[in-house]
Design a protein around this ligand. Structure first.
Ligand code: SF4
Length: 164
């Protein structure tokens, strides 16, 4: 796994290189984690970004399940990065249903990756999605900006989060 940002908060001075231009922002990563290959891409991309220190993966199912504390966590985040596998937009619609508008969406099929059932995704597809997510988090274009958040302010902040 490539590593672009340190996971140690004492090294925050180094974080501006790829995942954002400001310190102390909370970036949460939500993947649709659907059953098709593009859902697997979304899931693996979110995890790779988390372990590279670009954000904290959080449970989309918690929002779908109307878990109050988890919905509030999404509301409180500086940036929510929503990774959907396909135009069904399941993760985006989950945010919309809760009236949470300050997210940026990446859609895996928009990256030239075909949705196919019953096959595994490839490392290249995950890498392509991770690269686009990094651009979005760093405010370098891409994604669908819904409202409210200047993505150039986005940077991860590791902190305890309720429920996963
Ligand atoms: S966005 Fe597409 S891939 Fe993701 S869960 Fe929904 S239908 Fe499945």
């Amino acid at each position: 796994m490539s590593r672009c940002c340190p996971s140690n908060q004492s090294d925050k001075s180094e974080q501006s290189s790829c995942c954002g231009g400001a310190k102390g922002r909370t970036v949460l990563l939500y993947a649709c984690s659907g059953g098709a290959n593009v859902g697997e891409v979304s899931d693996k991309a979110a995890r790779e970004l988390m372990f590279a220190g670009c954000g904290t993966m959080f449970c989309l199912a918690g929002l779908g399940g109307d878990i109050d504390g988890m919905v509030q966590t999404a509301r409180d985040a500086d940036v929510n990065v929503v990774i959907d596998g396909c135009p069904m937009d399941c993760a985006k619609k989950t945010f919309d249903r809760h009236g949470i508008r300050d997210y940026r969406q990446i859609k895996v099929t928009d990256l030239g990756i075909e949705k196919v059932k019953g096959v595994r995704c490839t490392d290249e597809q995950v890498a392509r999605t991770v690269a686009r997510c990094r651009e979005v988090i760093a405010g370098k274009g891409g994604g669908t900006r819904e409202a409210g958040v200047d993505p150039s302010r986005a940077l991860y902040q590791l902190r305890p989060l309720p429920g996963g």
